[in-house]
Design a protein around this ligand. Structure first.
Ligand code: MN
Length: 195
């Protein structure tokens, strides 16, 4: 049985309001957890860890329901745990900083590219910073529940562009929401994932 993760903070306001956080974590993510727990018995995937469930179900069109719910749990767990109300590490450092600057020249240029790919993602989905096995980075747009894990890549940083992530606070202003999110990204967590 999967369980709803605890949040490592009480509030992310004003970037994400307490109301959005409560609905997003306590209602939307809880629903994906409940759905997956209903779908898993008898699927043959019930004893696997979450990432393996995502990988296996992603390859099987018959397992679309499992994939959608497992993918959304994985995406939201990585999303919620990358933030902090006052990040101890508010900017990239070390190897990750060097790699971003190698590929985008500046952190600011990387952020603009990332935001732009979030803004132009059509419909619901996620924009991701992901790494391949040699540590090369890329930014990808994935629709619905899809994610880097389903494509054999390492997930590092993600912004949720489903409307439920921002509509109460920003209405249709997705770009304003995405540019505000940098204030709460804790890069110590992103670097831990990159290692
Ligand atoms: Mn979401």
């Amino acid at each position: 049985m999967f369980k709803l993760i605890d949040l490592p903070y009480k509030s992310l306001a004003p970037v994400i309001s307490d109301q959005t956080l409560a609905f997003h974590h306590g209602k939307h993510l809880q629903t994906y957890v409940d759905n997956l727990n209903k779908l898993l018995p008898g699927s043959g995937l019930e004893d696997l860890p979450l990432e393996e469930i995502v990988r296996h179900s992603g390859l099987d069109p018959e397992s679309r329901g499992v994939f959608n719910n497992a993918g959304q749990i994985l995406n939201h767990e990585l999303y919620f745990t990358q933030f902090a109300s006052q990040p101890s590490c508010p900017a990239p450092t070390g190897h990750l900083k060097a790699q971003i600057e190698k590929q985008w020249s500046t952190i600011e240029a990387f952020k603009q590219d990332f935001e732009s790919k979030g803004v132009t993602l059509f419909g619901s989905g996620w924009v991701w910073l992901q790494a391949n096995e040699t540590g090369e980075l890329s930014i990808a747009q994935y629709g619905n529940a899809d994610n880097p894990v389903a494509h054999g890549l390492k997930p590092l940083l993600t912004f949720d562009v489903w409307e439920h992530a921002y509509y109460l606070d920003y209405q249709n202003r997705r770009a304003a929401h995405l540019s505000a999110l940098w204030q709460i990204v804790n890069w110590a967590e992103i670097e831990k994932r990159y290692k």
